[in-house]
Design a protein around this ligand. Structure first.
Ligand code: GLC
Length: 759
């Protein structure tokens, strides 16, 4: 096999906003997207103009560079890129000259056939985090991964690849952090020094260009590492999520499948009868007529509108599943239309590709084609008309029985291997755009299994078919936290485990953890035991109910955390590596599953069969949430973990807005915003955000936002003047002091002007 190193630099030229550097066997295209983001695209062949699925920004104008004897330099206020010319090697530095990351001097970028790889320097103390939905450890050093969206049936804590591809990671060494996003939808490879004697690490793809974005801004001074800045920049480049519908943050009950309208109504009634808060019910594949997408089974779901109206009256939203496979059946509208218009994937000779999935023999829509996306999006009318509010996209890796769709399958004039990893994302995009249009000014909720970088613009994600055991409970935390590092904030796992049956203890524990999972959805496979909260005995039901109620009490805090994700890309579930990047404890295997939920809550996931565990509390003061007991951090502690009380800790100085228990997000609260403040030595602040939770009016200024500050020096809490013109749901504010000795709670009327509350 011929192996080509990119060789020496020859001619250089500037075209528009791009520096073009011709080397022996390849050409590099370099452009600056922002002072902290530089794109390097190294191509062997002519570059194609095909748009990126992920990137929504354009390069900056006015690129400048300096040519020196043996290198070319591009300098921004945040980054220095030095390109050595003989041979061509790329090295990124901070403006003051500290090396962030660069090519391995010997190899740099290499082609073997169509396969391209980039060999990079590995620092002795370098760690890696990210790559989205990947199993393994928080620190990815010493591991290797493949991106190839897969229906990962029965995956375990080591399986790779899973359903999604996020070829984006963060490197950390010597107090410095950087990010690298390989924007390539072919099968891609990341090897963080697993078999290279710790000399170098490498990444690459089966085809396409070595097209990457380097993130090097070091963020504001005196932050502990600057991962937050990298996530901010990455989500600026690939887009941020819209505000999610508030109801999607409530409790979601799903099952494969609730088999009839009557069964769904029965479940809804039971939630209300048992006073267990819930917002969302699901229809899995069996609501359809013969698994035909956009149809309803006439016998079991005869009157979808009536069903949904009744659910709505009880305060429930309905989400239905759609898979990409279109059943081959004359007279079925989606088949007839799609076939007539050539909207399906084909073989090179034009025959339509046929694969088998739930409905039997199917064709697969070409979601890469805008016309097909529009057609698909419009078809949701069959679901939105009776009132479906959320749209669950499954099997979109794409999956077909056998799991080996031949590489000669074509979408338009491109073949599946070129962009398999983006198929699911394009389906979610079509779903999101179509339903957004159909729902007028209402926010659609889209949930997808397969995804590529940038998916947060369109959809929430869940981690597919996990298993009912403790290993998966812990793995789920790492998957969700790692998805958060890839800019996806609305994420979840099947609470309770999809396949297998959880013990009652595991169900209870996983539900406790669900409270602190961005999307809180209980889901299970067909044939497993019933998972609804009342199936676990009276005592367990009481715990499950108390925990779900806590989720609803925390919604003002959680919604504000989603506002942060919407504004800055900061995930809601945050590995401790974000805030404590250079604290070795965070990466220890016994602590690596811990995370912050929003700014102020630290969650220590406990397995179902333990009554206590070791927890690492980062430096500073903490409180146990359930008891208000103060604990000093900077060390591992032994924490009690009875089934009734998941170890959750509060940062000193925390401000946590809460509300009373409601049965759904539709229900009015008692009108009191509870501001819980935990005493601390340092001043702190919290951005409180509220809007109507359902519409896009917030984009027109219909929101209510204020900064709440705790100042121990002045012994007061201040609520800034309200920004935006949405009238808060809460007409009173109650301040509840924790760790302040005798300070008594106060109830005040909620003013739009500044409020200063002393203690
Ligand atoms: C897939 C999904 C799962 C769903 C099932 C039936 O396995 O991952 O969530 O319940 O298909 O639609």
């Amino acid at each position: 096999m011929q192996t080509e190193l990119s060789g020496k630099v020859g001619k250089i030229a500037k075209q528009n906003n791009t520096l073009i550097i011709k080397a022996d066997t390849a050409t590099a295209y370099v452009s600056v997207y922002s002072p902290g983001i530089i794109r390097v695209r190294i191509a062997k062949n002519k570059v194609s103009a095909a748009d990126s699925f992920a990137v929504i920004q354009q390069p900056l104008a006015g690129l400048t560079y300096q040519e020196h004897e043996d290198n070319i330099e591009i300098n921004t206020s945040e980054l220095k890129l030095r390109i050595n010319t003989s041979p061509m090697r790329f090295n990124f530095y901070t403006p003051d000259g500290r090396l962030l990351s660069g090519d391995d001097e010997r190899f740099g970028t290499v082609w073997q056939g169509e396969n391209v790889a980039n060999y990079r320097k590995l620092f002795k103390n370098e760690r890696f985090i990210g790559l989205g939905e990947k199993t393994g450890n928080l620190d990815r050093r010493g591991s290797n991964y493949v991106n190839w969206n897969t229906d990962a049936v029965d995956y375990n804590a080591k399986s790779d690849p899973l359903y999604k591809s996020f070829p984006f990671f963060i490197g950390l060494h010597d107090g410095l952090t950087y990010g690298l996003f390989l924007d390539n939808t072919h099968r891609s490879w990341f090897d963080f020094g697993s078999s290279t004697d710790h000399e170098m690490y490498w990444l690459g793809a089966d085809g396409g260009d070595l097209d990457y974005y380097f993130f090097g801004a070091q963020g504001p001074k005196n932050t502990n590492g600057n991962i937050a800045q990298i996530i901010r920049d990455y989500t600026w480049l690939t887009g941020r999520m819209e505000m999610p519908p508030l109801w999607s943050l409530g409790y979601q009950q799903c099952r494969w499948s609730y088999m009839s309208a009557d069964e769904l109504l029965e479940i809804a009634r039971k939630f209300r009868k048992h006073n267990i808060p819930a917002d969302v019910l699901y229809c899995d594949i069996d609501y359809m007529d013969g698994y035909k997408i956009f149809t309803w089974d006439k016998k079991t779901f005869p009157k979808p509108k009536k069903l949904i109206d009744e659910l709505t009256d009880m305060g429930f939203r309905l989400v239905t599943i759609v898979d990409p496979g279109i059943k081959i059946e004359k007279g079925y509208r989606q088949y007839d239309e799609g076939a007539a218009k050539n909207y399906f994937a084909t073989y090179p000779n034009g025959d339509k590709y046929i694969g088998e999935v739930w409905p039997g023999r199917c064709h697969f829509p070409d979601f890469f084609n805008e016309k097909v996306r529009e057609w698909w999006g419009g078809s949701f009318q069959a679901l939105t008309q009776p009132g479906v509010a959320g749209f669950w996209n499954d099997m979109n890796e794409p999956a077909a029985w056998g799991q080996h769709i031949p590489p000669i399958v074509k979408f338009g004039n491109r073949y599946l291997p070129e962009f398999r990893n983006a198929y699911g994302m394009q389906m979610a995009r079509a779903t999101y755009n179509g339903t957004k249009k159909l729902l007028k000014n209402k926010r659609p909720f889209v949930l997808t299994r397969a995804a590529y970088a940038g998916i947060q613009r369109y959809s929430a994600v869940w981690t597919g078919d996990n298993t009912a055991n403790d290993e998966h409970l812990l793995l789920g935390c790492r998957l969700v936290n790692s998805l958060g590092l890839s800019g996806v904030a609305l994420t979840g796992v099947d609470i309770g485990g999809f396949s297998g049956n959880p013990t009652p203890e595991l169900m209870v524990r996983w539900n406790s953890l669900g409270v602190f999972t961005p999307m809180f959805r209980n889901h299970a496979m067909i044939g497993t035991v019933k998972r609804e909260p009342w199936n676990w005995g009276k005592q367990n039901e009481r715990i499950i109910k108390k925990d779900i109620a806590l989720r609803y009490q925390l919604l003002p805090y959680i919604y504000s955390a989603f506002y942060q994700a919407h504004q800055t890309g900061m995930p809601v579930s945050r590995t401790l590596a974000i805030d404590y990047a250079f604290d070795d404890n965070v990466y220890q295997h016994i602590y690596q599953n811990q995370f912050l939920f929003g700014d102020n809550l630290l969650i220590a996931p406990a397995e179902s069969n333990v009554t206590g565990l070791k927890v690492y509390l980062p430096p500073g003061e903490w409180y146990r949430f359930s008891t208000d007991k103060k604990i000093s951090g900077g060390r591992g502690i032994k924490a009690d973990a009875p089934l009734t009380d998941l170890p959750v800790f509060i940062k000193a100085g925390a401000i946590i807005p809460m509300q009373n228990i409601v049965q759904s997000t539709n229900e009015k609260s008692d009108g009191v915003l509870q501001l819980h403040i935990w005493n601390g030595k340092q001043a702190s602040s919290f951005v409180y955000y509220e809007d109507d939770g359902v519409s896009y009016n917030y984009e027109q200024g219909e929101y209510h936002k204020r900064i709440i500050t705790f100042d121990p020096r002045r012994k007061q809490v201040t609520l800034s003047v309200v920004e935006g013109n949405f009238v808060s749901r809460f007409d009173r504010v109650k301040v509840i002091w924790h760790g302040f000795g005798k300070a008594a709670s106060k109830v005040l009327s909620n003013e739009v002007g500044e409020m200063v509350i002393g203690y």
